[in-house]
Ligand binder design. Structure first.
Ligand SMILES: Nc1ncnc2c1ncn2[C@@H]1O[C@H](COP(=O)(O)OP(=O)(O)OP(=O)(O)O)[C@@H](O)[C@H]1O
Ligand SMILES: [Mg+2]
Length: 288
């Protein structure tokens, strides 16, 4: 038995940020950061009328939603409803059949892979199932984005890796372990540390608590909630975990039959009289 994981510490940025300056200007000729008057909400992600089908299977039938700076947008929906497909469009990993995906103010649906790279570096992904490199240790997994995208020295890399691992509640004893030697909860947290290490402007989480026991689910939920006041204040989280949603959501979008049946703060969603939304929530309550 491995020791239970310690509580993640308060999530703050380390000294001297590594955040990539973008290279966005090369694409847009504009400033890399969306700007506007103080207090005005700014969409980091704006999806408009997104359609996607696979071999005639219409998965997304015209969905529109935005994620504003400093909010945590949670996308809920049943298994197979298209949540991962939605998130992969935001990351530019899938191309829409119709509609627009704007990220950091840039329409990404027609960008080449090369043009997408600087934008992707400003996003942190935590994929469904963690998606760690099986042959790399915890340390090397978290160091990977820094080795690929920065010129940091080895001592600087080590400092950052240790910092972000400690933020997710992992200590030096995990450094040399391979993914197969980690528990499911630890793997998730290594995945989160690897996504955070580049200090993204927006985090994308796909089912961050799936497969975790209630204790580890709560640790991950608290960790995501703490990101807001620390390293990354904006997130899109895809989940069917209502407890997680209650902990982190600024707004919730419910994906049913390829459309958003509702996009609103959770309290409003919970009060919704929309039959599809009620049926979905009743189903979640019984499976939670
Ligand atoms: N690359 C692909 N090729 C063909 N079909 C796909 C592809 N990706 C997803 N699909 C289909 O799109 C639908 C939605 O899949 P998706 O993975 O987005 O569901 P989900 O809501 O994330 O489900 P879960 O909660 O189980 O993760 C499914 O019917 C799936 O088979
Ligand atoms: Mg999925």
């Amino acid at each position: 038995m491995r020791r239970p994981a310690s509580n993640p510490r308060r999530v703050t940025a380390p000294p001297g940020r590594v955040r990539a300056s973008g290279g966005l200007g090369a694409i847009t000729g504009a400033s890399a950061r969306p700007s506007g008057p103080p207090g005005q909400s700014i969409s980091l992600v704006e999806v408009t009328d997104l359609h996607k089908a696979f071999d005639g299977n219409e998965v997304l039938k015209g969905i529109s939603v935005s994620a504003e700076r400093a909010e945590t947008l949670v996308v809920m929906g049943g298994s197979g409803s298209g949540k991962t497909v939605f998130l992969r469009h935001v990351a530019g990993l899938l191309r829409p059949d119709e509609g627009q995906v704007r990220v950091f103010g840039v329409n990404i649906e027609k960008l080449s892979e090369e043009e997408l790279l600087p934008l992707r570096r400003r996003m942190g992904f935590v994929f469904q199932g963690a998606a760690l490199f099986d042959s790399l240790t915890t340390y090397e997994n978290v160091a990977y984005p820094l080795r690929e995208h920065t010129n940091l020295s080895e001592p600087e890399i080590r400092e950052r890796v240790l910092h972000f691992l400690s933020l997710v509640g992992l200590g030096e004893e995990s450094l040399e372990l391979l993914p197969a030697e980690l528990s499911g909860g630890m793997r998730k947290r290594v995945g989160i540390a690897r996504a955070l290490v580049s200090e993204p402007e927006i985090m994308l989480f796909d089912e961050p608590t799936a497969g975790l026991d209630p204790t580890n689910s709560k640790l991950v939920a608290d960790l995501i909630a703490q990101l807001k006041s620390g390293v990354c204040d904006t997130a899109i989280v895809v989940t069917h975990d209502l407890d997680l949603t209650k902990t982190i959501a600024t707004r919730v979008a419910i994906l049913i039959h390829g459309r958003f049946a509702a996009v609103a703060p959770l309290e409003e969603i919970l009060r919704s009289r929309e039959p599809e939304v009620q049926a979905f929530l009743a189903g979640e309550a019984t499976t939670a």
